[in-house]
Ligand binder design. Structure first.
Ligand SMILES: Nc1ncnc2c1ncn2[C@@H]1O[C@H](COP(=O)(O)OP(=O)(O)OP(=O)(O)O)[C@@H](O)[C@H]1O
Ligand SMILES: [Mg+2]
Length: 284
């Protein structure tokens, strides 16, 4: 049972950091209703302040849209939450007890923060079902030998996710044969297999057809409640179709926050969108 040993070792290795840093809390506590606290975060790149005193709070189960002109710091903000970029100052807490700035990127993923990049990274030669199976595997290197051991519970979980992402009929298709939109949904499904508390989605509808955009809106709104979802998007029609609360970022800080109507009618927001050089043009 060489493979099982390797898997066991892998799991132990993953837990080692937990044991060597006993003061580190990994128990999520959202009893105050807030899942993510970013406070006074700043980061500079070669003297340029990409994030400048950012404060952002995301409630458990909420769907938040983040908009803002090119270069506002939206992607950098996601990089900070996921540990890809370390801020120069500020604090980032996941619930009341987990200090994200003390965790590595894989540790942040393992406490329940999933991120979807713009370019889908599904495994094209594998089927839709196999992609979801793979996303569930603790150690991807031993995946082929684990396949036979999928439990009834795991199968049920895959079926649930297939239904959520609307790809039940496509389960045996190769991921490489899916449309652009379907690949994006599959990738969201792969994140869901890890049951994340927070999903970060950067520009999900770029390159999608209108029909695919509508389906994506349904999918993202259906995830709220069970997960918190933070969506960065430039397409204002899409944002309007899903938005509850919208945060406008500008020059690395929050410019305005509120309903879509509130922020669209905010003179500061209009100024930024009309006065700037944003390639996406003024707010529709
Ligand atoms: N690793 C980096 N090194 C240097 N500069 C960076 C780095 N990452 C981001 N920046 C700069 O920080 C600023 C914010 O970039 P960011 O990608 O976060 O903006 P954004 O709001 O996501 O923009 P867009 O809407 O175009 O995706 C930009 O001026 C960008 O050039
Ligand atoms: Mg970006």
């Amino acid at each position: 049972m060489k493979t099982l040993d390797r898997l066991r070792q892998g799991l132990l290795r993953n837990r080692a950091w937990d044991l060597t840093r006993p003061d580190l809390s990994l128990e999520l506590n959202t009893s105050h209703g807030t899942l993510l606290y970013l406070e006074d975060i700043s980061v500079s790149f070669d003297g340029f302040r990409a994030i400048d005193g950012l404060n952002l709070y995301i409630d458990a189960g909420e769907l938040r849209c983040i908009i803002g002109p090119n270069g506002a710091g939206k992607t950098t903000m996601m990089d900070i939450i996921t540990g890809k970029t370390r801020p120069d100052t500020g604090t980032a807490w996941f619930g009341q007890t987990i200090d994200l700035l003390r965790l590595s990127e894989p540790e942040i993923a393992s406490v329940g923060i999933g991120r979807k990049f713009q370019k889908p990274s599904v495994f094209e030669p594998l089927t839709v079902f196999e992609n979801l199976e793979l996303a569930m595997a603790a150690d991807k290197r031993v995946w082929p030998t684990l396949r036979a051991r999928i439990t009834p519970e795991q199968r049920t979980r895959i079926e649930e996710v297939l239904e959520t992402i609307g790809l039940q009929e496509h389960r045996t298709r190769r991921a490489g044969a899916l449309s652009h939109g379907q690949k994006q949904w599959l990738e969201i499904g792969m994140l869901l297999m890890q049951a994340p508390h927070l999903l970060l989605v950067d520009e999900p509808v770029a390159g999608m057809t209108h029909q695919e955009m509508d389906r994506t809106a349904e999918l993202l709104t259906s995830l709220a409640g069970k997960h918190s979802v933070v969506v960065v998007e430039h397409d204002m029609d899409f944002v309007r179709s899903i938005a509850n609360k919208v945060t406008v970022l500008h020059q690395g800080r929050v410019l305005a926050e509120g309903t879509m109507d509130e922020v669209q009618n905010d003179p500061r927001v209009i100024e930024v969108y009309l006065g700037g050089e944003d390639v996406h043009g003024p707010m529709a």
